[in-house]
Each structure stands twice: as structure tokens, then as C-alpha cells.
Design a protein around this ligand. Structure first.
Ligand SMILES: [Fe+2]
Length: 316
């Protein structure tokens, strides 16, 4: 039976078929290991094909103490240790989007583990917006050249015998991607746990209506599709961090977008809620670094790297 909310498009249909093959055992199910970074509430995932041991790392974290300006590598090193212990070959280092709440460790991981660095083609729009905000000058090309690959909706890759399909899921930012790998979908900042809801849609280029449509598209994947989330904040009454759920649980119980939620009601709720949210603690450092693919700004003449904070005033 075709569910009433079904959305038909070629990329989605391919992802649905890929998930079904993986769930049925006719294609391998990937192994997923999550690493939760408590200071930023971010989940990094390592996903691999159990046969070939080819792997991808998704949404890595670079530790950053903003008071002292200190960058450190403990979170990234935990991922590296796991990859080496499991004898994995990293072929992709993936970002779901330009994060505003943590710095990416992608270039550090690439230096240690290899692999190609990828993000959505919409990065170019995000670079344009934030290149202007930070007055980055012409040295910052805004072409996505910091990445080895810019994915579009429907693009595919493989991890050994495991197929992967890219879905463009704008709304939180214009560039957000979901990586559907075997029966596992890495949905970035679209959905959070069913008891917590959805991601904010008020960043530049964000759009609550687009977010709703992107989420309904993700929830058109088969019910048992594993969903891996970029963040968890614990919902009231829940004691532990959880970053894995499935389509069935989201459709039945997501507090913002379960089956039956009307698009207009979601948009109204999301906009009202976003008006109450503060800027993320690390937004200024995160965006300056992540718009460059996780590279720190070039050192100044004295050899030191600096981050900028554009100032605004309430006096107009
Ligand atoms: Fe985000």
C-alpha cells in the first residue's frame, strides 16, 4: 500500500529501493558506530561495509575552547582510534551541512585517514552569505573548492558493496544533505529524536516550509529505515543522549512532524519557536571555519590565526 503522504521522485525512489534491498539481506547492511560529543551535543558517525571494510565518517567534531581560543583533537582522535582498531579504509569524509554549533575536524581526519571530503553543492550559496558577513575578501573563492566533491540530489556512491544515495534536504540551511547508506539514513539537522522534534530553520537561507517538505521526504523511506541524527539535547523526562531512531518512530510520534501534522501548522510552530532561540554558543567560530571546509583562517603576518566577530549594536 502506498502511504498517503508518499512523495514520488527519482532520487527518493532509488533510496527507497536501496533501503529495501539492504533490509531484506539482498544487499549488505552497513555497520554504524556513533561518537557523541557532549560539549556540542553532536553525533559523529563512522559507517562501514562489513565485507570490504570501506568506511565513511560523517559530521566530525574539532574541540574548541572559545574563551582561550584553543583547538584540540581529542574527539577526532577517538574516531581515528576506532577506524584503526577496526581496520577500516576511509573513502569519504562527509558533512551534512555547514554546522553553526561546532567546528568540523574534516581536514584533520583527512590528513590522518585519507578519504574524499564532500558536502552539498549549496555550500556555494552558504559561502557567499558568510564570506560577506565575515568580509573574507577575494582570497576566499566561494566555489566550494575546499571540498573534493559537491553532491547534488540523487548522486550516488558506494562503500564496498553498500550503495549510498544523496538526498538534498534544505530547510535548516539551503545546503543540507541526507546520506542514505544501505538501510541507514544520516539526516543531519532535519529531524531530532521524536520526543524533541526538529531543527531550527532561521539561519540565513533557512526555510521552515522547505524543512517540512524535506522531512516528509525522509519519512517516505521505508518504516524500518534507521535514522541517525546529528544532535541530541535530551527531551524533558529523558536521562540519556540518543541519536538513533527509525522512520516508523518519527511518523508515529515526532512532536513536531508526526503523520497528520499539517504543513502550515508546522511552519507556524517552527517560526514561533525559532523566535525564542538564541544564537548557538559557537556560531561565529563554527561558521568561519566550516565555510572553509573545516580549515582554520590563514595566519596573519605574526604567524597567529584569528577569528573575527562581526559586531552589531542595538542603537541602530
Ligand atoms: Fe546545524
Amino acid at each position: 500500500m502506498i502511504p498517503s503522504h508518499a512523495i514520488a521522485d527519482a532520487a527518493l525512489e532509488r533510496a527507497q529501493e536501496q533501503v529495501r534491498l539492504s533490509l531484506s539481506g539482498r544487499a549488505p547492511r552497513p555497520v554504524v558506530r556513533g561518537f557523541f560529543d557532549e560539549p556540542t551535543h553532536t553525533a559523529t558517525f563512522v559507517v562501514h561495509d562489513p565485507e570490504s571494510r570501506e568506511a565513511a565518517v560523517i559530521d566530525s567534531v574539532l574541540d574548541f575552547d572559545s574563551a582561550s581560543g584553543t583547538v584540540s583533537y581529542a574527539a577526532a582522535d577517538r574516531v581515528i582510534d576506532y577506524v584503526r582498531l577496526e581496520n577500516l579504509t576511509v573513502t569519504w569524509i562527509l558533512e551534512t551541512h555547514v554546522h553553526a554549533d561546532h567546528l568540523s575536524a574534516a581536514p584533520y581526519l583527512q590528513g590522518k585517514l585519507g578519504g574524499r571530503l564532500a558536502i552539498g553543492r549549496g555550500i556555494v550559496e552558504v559561502q557567499e552569505t558568510f564570506g560577506k558577513l565575515f568580509n573574507a575578501g577575494t582570497a576566499f573563492a566561494r566555489t566550494g573548492a575546499e571540498f573534493d566533491r559537491l553532491f547534488e540530489d540523487g548522486d550516488r556512491f558506494t562503500l564496498g558493496g553498500v550503495a549510498a544515495t544523496i538526498l538534498h534536504v534544505p530547510g535548516h540551511t539551503p545546503a543540507d544533505l541526507a546520506y542514505v547508506i544501505g538501510d541507514a539514513a544520516f539526516v543531519g539537522d532535519t529531524l531530532f529524536m521524536p520526543d524533541y522534534g526538529t531543527a531550527r530553520a532561521d539561519f540565513p537561507g533557512g526555510d521552515a516550509r522547505q524543512l517540512f517538505r524535506s522531512i516528509r521526504r525522509l519519512l517516505s523511506l521505508p518504516d524500518p529505515t534507521r535514522l541517525f541524527l546529528c544532535h541530541d539535547y535530551k527531551a524533558p523526562g529523558r536521562d540519556s543522549f540518543v541519536t538513533e531512531t527509525d522512520v516508523a518512530a518519527q511518523r508515529a510520534g515526532n512532536v513536531h512532524v508526526r503523520d497528520g501534522t499539517a504543513e502550515d501548522d508546522f511552519v507556524e510552530m517552527r517560526k514561533a519557536r525559532d523566535r525564542t532561540l538564541n544564537a548557538p554558543r559557537l556560531i561565529m567560530p563554527s561558521i568561519q571555519v566550516n565555510m572553509r571546509g573545516g580549515r582554520l583562517p590563514e595566519p596573519e603576518a605574526n604567524g597567529t590565526r584569528y577569528l573575527k566577530i562581526p559586531l552589531t549594536t542595538d542603537r541602530g
